[in-house]
Design a protein around this ligand. Sequence first.
Ligand code: UDX
Length: 432
Amino acid sequence: MKLCMIGTGYVGLVSGVCFSDLGNDVICVDKDINKINNLKKGIIPIYEPGLEELVLKNYKNKRLNFSTNLRDSVKKSDIVFICVGTPTKKNSNSADLTQVFSAGKEISKSINKFKIIINKSTVPVTTGDELEKIIAKKVNKKYFSVVSNPEFLREGEAIRDFIYPDRVVVGSNDKKSSKILKNLYSPLISKGAKFVSTNRRAAELIKYASNAFLATKISFINEIANLCEKTGIDVEDISIGIGLDKRIGSRFLRAGPAYGGSCFPKDTKAIVSTAEKFKINLSIIKSVIKSNNLRSHLLLKRLTLIMKNKIKNKKISFLGVTFKANTDDMRDSSSLELIPYLSKKGAKIKYYDPTGYKKEFKNLKNVEFSTSIGESIKGSDIVIIHTEWNDFKSINFKKFSKNKKLIIYDMRNIFSSSKIKKIGFKYFGIGR
Ligand code: UDX
């Protein structure tokens, strides 16, 4: 099929490239001419394992193309995916839909035959209805259908998540479009993905409810971890013990720092705000947001105790600053709270991240980037492991540190406390 992806951010680029790999002709459109020129040269704007190879392969065999010309690309396509950002509005918790609606306006100027317009951006319930109205101002409704097809791609695992999804959700108010979409996704459905066909509003809500539920699960285990720390229990045992109950499920039960990234913080706020418009109080999700907002403060309190209230002039090695491993994304990373606080308290921080230097810490006092794990750890009083990159899992602390009193604060529980203690260092994890 001929597809057009509007927006070459995470969702648009990964989905477009994967659709082309499945044999479709795909044009990825973006306003940013530099981004488009770079993509044509195989230069990828985001860090995503496996993406570069797929871009090069499919661009070379001409199934994948890049363009800044939205109207022309829409004209050439049967299905148009809107994959633009829906950030949180300034001074409000609701989603800013400006980009979705302006894409809709542009698309409406280029409809020359029947087209399915798919919203892949995460949007509040009823956005599809609004989009339909915008397009209907220019085009007769018989020439287009607005469908919701949310994505569930995790950064760092996006290609795998696209190829092997648990489910494909399509929300359409007309059967014909739903059938076409089922056909488009048939290579994934035949490999085991469930196809969930709903009306448009339900698909919009499935996306928000999924992210809000996962955020709830994480906050739940984080709070249980707080209790474990006071009662001599290892939270990992709790995660296994409850996760084996199929009604609960074992995934997303890893206790750690506050959840971050481009979705959970934004989407939990947006679903609460949407519900308020319908006079519904989502009190559980509100508590989750509150709990997560307090998380960094709690971890800093524990860190202060671990360091016996002496943070000033302490040398801290901070490993991993992005919001999780396998991404270069700093959006809503808890390091953005932890590092400035420690710098303000007079600590000397050397941070290392496999994805390199971060401009976010540029103006902080005594915060410098180390080019290797060893350089960051050398001479430090404490090592904070903030994300679970594989590179960190095999660190030989003895090799990098001569400090016999080295403390390790493992915020992702990637090490066994007994093993670290055996080599003579003090170890603290989360919920342990
Ligand atoms: C998320 C959703 O998982 C994906 O389906 C969606 O559509 C986009 O948002 P992403 O933000 O890439 O994906 O990351 P994810 O792996 O879900 O992690 C989100 C946050 O939760 C991270 O801060 C991560 O560290 C944290 N997390 C995740 C935990 O603390 N514990 C867990 O068990 C899982």
